[in-house]
Design a protein around this ligand. Structure first.
Ligand SMILES: [Zn+2]
Ligand SMILES: [Zn+2]
Length: 88
């Protein structure tokens, strides 16, 4: 990942701390930024990501890609591939 890319909440600038703050509808808890928004348990692709209140965030829901600052084309491609390659 290029150094210019940072992951921050688009609303409050909360920075993910690497902990598993996101719960899928299947009940799995994980760090959504490790998988580009995809649940590793049921493989559901989340297009939107909530800023976790419990982790000190604002609770706002934003498109997953809006969290990446300084995102350039290759990373968008990378994330699209994650989506495309997801087995059904
Ligand atoms: Zn899931
Ligand atoms: Zn936030």
């Amino acid at each position: 990942m290029p150094k210019s890319v940072e992951i921050l909440c688009p609303k409050c600038d909360w920075k993910p701390d690497g902990r598993a703050w996101w719960m899928c509808t299947c009940g799995h808890l994980w760090n959504t930024f490790e998988t580009g928004g995809r649940c590793p348990a049921c493989r559901k692709q989340w297009e939107e990501t909530q800023c976790p209140n419990d982790g000190g965030g604002c609770g706002a829901i934003s498109p997953h890609l809006d969290w990446y600052r300084g995102l350039d084309d290759w990373l968008i491609e990378e994330l699209e591939q994650i989506t495309i390659l997801s087995p059904a």
